[in-house]
Design a protein around this ligand. Structure first.
Ligand code: ATP
Ligand code: MG
Length: 297
């Protein structure tokens, strides 16, 4: 039975129709007018309590806006090159998820993109990696905005003001699935930041965080999660977020990231995690890659 029909039945039970007169008088007319919001309210309540993923909100990924914001290359050549670089970056990550690597880390499907300091290319890498992973026929991707102070990803996808990660962490009754936003890019879903909370670090280190990440992973182990984050050395919550991940990509900006900062950020990671290093923004000749990467446990 459809939701609206169910809601109408419930309303009928609450407001039984008059038995004798079928004439519509001004009073019953007013009552039925006020019943419309009731139906909507019942529908809304049902959606909050039991919203199936197919009816979750759909977000249009505005590629032109992403280009304007600098998160996608502006021309075809740059696009091709980046696609190729992302293929090289994602292969070892996928090998860890599918168990093709000898040493598979726990929670390999949780991938964090981070860097020591601001402005080194975390969000750029997270967006493009997620888009590239979403093209893999065997996987679906959940792109999560874990950079609470800046929430660049949330803004880039036009999801400001939507409930998100912080809402589910702060409220046990808020179901993790309810903050997942479907997009019109096949296999790509997004979780925005949501309402900021002053105890972000505490929430990131909480038991609830573990439960939420489990739920985000879904029953389907083919769901990859890509997290954007704040810099490892700039906020206390970033290393806490990193501690939940199986794989961590550390982006370093060529000629910018300092050795000391790089060393310190590696120390905040755990030896059991798979750590990938991405050299970003290097001024290599066009024949070579803009990105370079290296991996190690
Ligand atoms: N590989 C790249 N190719 C082209 N532009 C890039 C690349 N990496 C980063 N940029 C540009 O550099 C700027 C900073 O990148 P980005 O916002 O991803 O950094 P960030 O590490 O997320 O910064 P923050 O710490 O402030 O969140 C952006 O304008 C982005 O468009
Ligand atoms: Mg960023």
């Amino acid at each position: 039975m459809k939701i609206v029909e169910k809601a109408a039945e419930k309303l009928k039970a609450l407001h039984p129709e008059p038995q004798e007169s079928t004439q519509i008088d001004p009073v019953s007319d007013a009552a039925s007018a006020s019943a419309v919001p009731d139906v909507e309210r019942l529908q809304e309540q049902r959606q909050v309590v039991d919203r199936p993923s197919e009816t979750a909100p759909l977000c249009h990924v505005d590629q032109m806006a992403l280009k304007r914001m600098g998160y996608l290359p502006s021309n075809h050549e740059g696009d091709e090159r980046l696609n190729d670089e992302m293929r090289r970056i994602k292969r070892p990550l996928l090998a860890n998820v599918t168990g093709k690597n000898a040493k598979t880390p726990a929670h390999a499907q949780r991938i964090l993109v981070t860097s020591p300091m601001p402005g080194e290319g975390k969000t750029f890498t997270a967006v493009n990696l997620a888009l590239s992973l979403a093209r893999e026929p065997d996987f679906e991707v959940l792109l999560v905005d874990g950079d609470i102070p800046k929430s660049s990803l949330t803004r880039a996808f036009g999801l400001d003001g939507r409930p998100g990660l912080m809402d589910v962490l702060a409220d046990d009754k808020c179901r993790p699935e309810s903050v997942i936003v479907r997009t019109d890019v096949p296999n790509l879903q997004v979780v925005p930041v949501g309402k900021r909370h002053k105890l972000t670090a505490e929430l990131f280190g909480s038991r609830r965080m573990q439960d939420v990440l489990e739920a985000f992973g879904g029953k389907n182990r083919r769901r990859l999660m890509v997290f954007d984050s704040s810099p490892l050395l700039a906020t206390s919550e970033s290393p806490l977020l990193a501690s939940h991940m199986g794989q961590v990509l550390v982006v370093v900006a060529a000629s910018r990231t300092r050795q000391q900062a790089f060393n310190a950020s590696l120390q905040s990671l755990h030896a059991s995690q798979f750590v990938g290093l991405i050299l970003n923004m290097s001024r290599l000749p066009a024949s070579e890659n803009y990105y370079d990467s290296g991996y190690g446990n």
